[in-house]
Design a protein around this ligand. Sequence first.
Ligand code: UDP
Length: 253
Amino acid sequence: MSKQTVRKIRYDSVDMEGALRLAGKALQEKGVHTVVTPNAEIAQMCLEDPSFFQIIESADIILPDGAGVVLAAKILGTPLRGKVAGVEFGEALLSLAEREQRGVYFLGGRPGVAEAAADKQKGRLPKLPVCGVHDGYFDKTGAENEAVIEEINTSQAQILFVCLGAPLQEKWLHANKEKLTHVRLAVCLGGSLDIYAGTAKRAPSVFIKAHMEWLYRLIKEPRRIGRMMRLPKYIAGACAERLRGKKKGQKQA
Ligand code: UDP
């Protein structure tokens, strides 16, 4: 499988099918494999925070989520095979979990959200083995954190959805993955449980097709404007990187 570096992050250059192949392979091996889905916003966070960058880089599978990353890759002349939206990857992974009867655990969201997400997904996949759920509002450092880890381990789930929002979820997973005894695939999926539960809605397909999902999100949640400013910064950075590369090429010629 090929890797493609886009603005310092080494993405797996895959489409959904390829992403599922990587996940399926990881599930056959013992030990925790981590999956992150950095979109342009998260990728820009990495450029601004070297310690977060290290965490993202250390993940086993890095999927290109969002049109921004795909666009930056094009601008840089190093196109990616496709975009893999985290929320869709999560659903495809649940279908695989049902097929292979691998237990899943949902961690994250406000109280009640993970349960509702599990119920909704079981409506679609009646034999989905959901081994446990826990909301994302617990003390991430002390005894409460250890109790959550213990619960995940005793559930014997092999697939863990970590849905605490970025960068918290990636940091939490990085700090705790060594303590997970049964999990084979731990996937950071932001607000996906809210979408599955129906407490948040994905953009209508017209926005998705026009690569404008971010705009829908901004209209729905204007308070995200601060963190969303990372998107134009990320794209502008890609343009600057491309121009620098061209100038270098001209000098060398
Ligand atoms: N969340 C959580 N615990 C926290 C903070 C946030 O479980 O301590 C959840 C929150 O309820 C929401 C998700 O994390 O379900 C963040 O969703 P968002 O769409 O903002 O994700 P991002 O865009 O940051 O990946």
